[in-house]
Design a protein around this ligand. Structure first.
Ligand SMILES: C[S@@+](CC[C@H](N)C(=O)[O-])C[C@H]1O[C@@H](n2cnc3c(N)ncnc32)[C@H](O)[C@@H]1O
Length: 258
């Protein structure tokens, strides 16, 4: 399947923040409920150990993603783990909720943070979940180059492969939203309104989910991107697909060799 970079509503600056946040809240709920990143926890843990890091700068955090369950796994090896949530369009309600739930673990940046040009004062191992496909090849390359230029480790994880089974799976996302919505916290009347009465959330998540599959980079495309990074030879790179309990997570991990 060829890569197609069609538009996603989430990327449009005029798209209503409230609706975008309901979408990222849904992703947060699902990825934690299904312990989505259990399979890649050992890979990320190893990278943190190798770089001696306990600080994570999570880019494109959305509603906080799967950190609730992933952090539990990482903390077994790294009890002093700290996570800073950031985004180009920060979902501050979700960031505040995460911090209130575990102030020792989470902090966040209120201002917009661009994954392609991370402020230098944000030191730590960079992560990105379900978001690399949002970037066209030239911007994806900027993300990797910016990490290498700042000598930062980086771990990129997706939640789907670009293939027909994932395309079909994403066609069913409205059903998941309709079932999951009453359980998403905090309760918001708007979430109910825009899911069941005016079903904008299921429709936008359906569109963005299907397009996400078409935009997802293959292992070969990620390898080709890494080859283009100036200074890539000074980094250890691990690129592949992790399959755990029926969940496929493409990953790209890089950190300085020393
Ligand atoms: C599909 S959501 C993923 C959210 C979260 N990481 C998760 O796993 O649920 C993609 C996120 O990428 C963010 N994003 C888009 N462009 C960005 C950029 N240039 N820099 C940082 N974040 C960006 C969006 O605001 C959105 O929150």
């Amino acid at each position: 399947m060829a890569r197609v970079h069609a538009f996603e509503f989430e990327d449009l600056s005029w798209f209503p923040k409230r609706i975008r946040d309901y979408g990222t809240d849904f992703l947060q709920f699902v990825t934690n409920k299904f312990d989505f990143y259990k399979g890649i926890a050992p890979l990320l843990s190893e990278a943190l150990n190798k770089t001696g890091q306990n600080e994570i700068i999570d880019l494109a955090s959305g509603g906080g993603g799967g950190w609730k369950s992933l952090a539990r796994h990482l903390k077994e090896e790294n009890p002093s783990l700290k996570i800073t949530l950031t985004d180009y369009y920060p979902n501050l309600n979700a960031f505040n909720n995460a911090k209130e739930e575990d102030p020792e673990l989470y902090s966040f940046v209120e201002e917009s943070v661009d994954a392609r040009n991370v402020p230098v004062h944000l030191n730590g191992f960079r992560t990105q979940f379900l978001s690399f496909h949002h970037f066209k090849p030239e911007d994806a390359l900027k993300i990797l180059q910016n990490a290498v230029d700042n000598n930062a480790g980086i771990g990129i994880f997706e939640g789907q492969k670009r293939d027909v089974p994932h395309f079909i799976k994403n066609l069913l996302s409205p059903v998941s939203i309709i079932i999951a919505t009453p359980f998403i916290r905090p309760f918001k009347a708007g979430r109910i309104l825009f899911t069941y009465i005016l079903p904008i959330v299921p429709l936008f998540v359906l569109w963005d989910g299907v397009i996400s599959v078409l935009r997802t980079y293959s292992v070969k495309e990620m390898e080709d991107l890494v080859q283009k990074v100036n200074g890539s030879e000074s980094y250890e790179w691990k690129i592949g697909l992790n399959k755990t309990k029926g969940i496929t997570v493409p990953y790209l991990i890089g950190y300085p060799k020393s």
